[in-house]
Design a protein around this ligand. Sequence first.
Ligand code: SF4
Ligand code: SF4
Length: 128
Amino acid sequence: MTVLEEVKYRLEGYCCKCGDCCRFLYCVEPLTELGFKFMKLIYPKYRRFKIIGKDKNGIILACKLIREDGLCPDYENRPDICRDYPNPKKIYAGGRLYKRCTYKLLPGRTFEDFLLNEEEGQEQSTDK
Ligand code: SF4
Ligand code: SF4
């Protein structure tokens, strides 16, 4: 029987300060403009975002604070939604990194590592 292995991703790279993750953010919860208004009442930090669009995945936000040079003027107090990027877990939810993002999400084990482990396992079972 073949057992599928869960692929774990690791993060590599650095931030080139393109600012794309601040200018285009998906907000999947709440899904509506009204819900986002309530969210801003409960979490005032989210007032820095404005809605710039909406599609089947949720509402799309842009941060009003991002500077021209791609730096955050409120980095120490940035909300969780900012701290969470780039999060390897997002790839499981269909998330992708931005095109200009200089981080990379790489599989924890390469295909070659996986094959090597398989071969070693088969050798051990034939030695018995
Ligand atoms: S608060 Fe800072 S880190 Fe968060 S989206 Fe705005 S500029 Fe980017
Ligand atoms: S998209 Fe990536 S490289 Fe660009 S500012 Fe965000 S974290 Fe940095």
